[in-house]
Design a protein. Sequence first.
Length: 372
Amino acid sequence: MTATKVVAFGGGHGLSASLRALRRCAPELDLDITAVVTVGDDGGSSGRLRAARGGLPPGDLRQALVALAGDHPATRRSARLFQHRFARTGIDVTTPADVAVAVGGPAATDGPAVRPPAGGAPSPAARRAAPVGNGDRPDGRCADGLDGHAVGNLVLFGLMELLGDPVVALEHAGTMLGTVGRVLPMSCEPVGIEAQVRGADPTRPDEVRTVRGQHQVAVTTGRVESLRLTPAAPVACPQAVAAILDADWLIFGPGSWYTSVLPHLLVPGLADAVVASPARRLVTLNLSAEKETLGLSAAGHLAALRRYLPELTADCVLADDRVVNDPGSLARAAESLGARLVLAPVAVADGSPRHDPVALGAALVPVLGAAR
């Protein structure tokens, strides 16, 4: 019996939760797992690296690799190393909040870096905004360019520079981590994410303005009305296209809908492959609204998929039965995609809006194991 080939789309914590669940299912269902990861991140450590040197932002790719890491003690230790983040010893010039911390202000957060032209070398402004090394800081301490960087981000960035091919670099990193499955970028060039947002300025609730950058779209307090990538038609990763066409299941979500899930449908090569693939399709819904999707119902999440890929159909929509307020309406929305609604407890027990890999894996077994 051949393995069941599964392709999961997304980025960040949502895709990581899905991959951890699939990782648990893999032995029972004989799964061959491929993660196709968005490459639009421009915030935090990934944004700083992207602004300073160009290339793919590594953070979401790193999280996917770690989620699929093997169980050997050495590979688990390597996975922990990949996730280790260097402590902030000084001020990061790309995150103004750090200046406040250095002089006794509020806690810092990773902020967005200046975004370079997609796929090109960093602009002069991006280079000026990049972290400096061994320079004087306003508080008199020495600058440390490692501040806030995840070790795995640096390793991936180094591998991509050394090997010259992000797919080969990810394969090598996967070997280091003993991954059960493989991780691919949705495109081998970075992309920008832009949105038309109504009410981005709370003082002008009816004004529609362009919000640029994955980070800014993710934290917008307005309502996203449309989404686009820059460049408008990025070239799909060929290995990702091949995996989609050869898949038995395609899985969308959970994750940030506008910045992690929908961007895949805006890559023409991926969209065409999704439509052409004979695979079944599963949509896993989020447990709560995020800033970028405030006011968007669960049914609205499904409608957004069809808006950006009208030919998309699905076989199953999976949602947590404890957070669905109107099962009937959601079931009808699922039917509009050709899918049946499956309700199951998939959240962590403490009530926070996070998927539990064990519970999600248990819910996925009867879905992915169903006879074709």
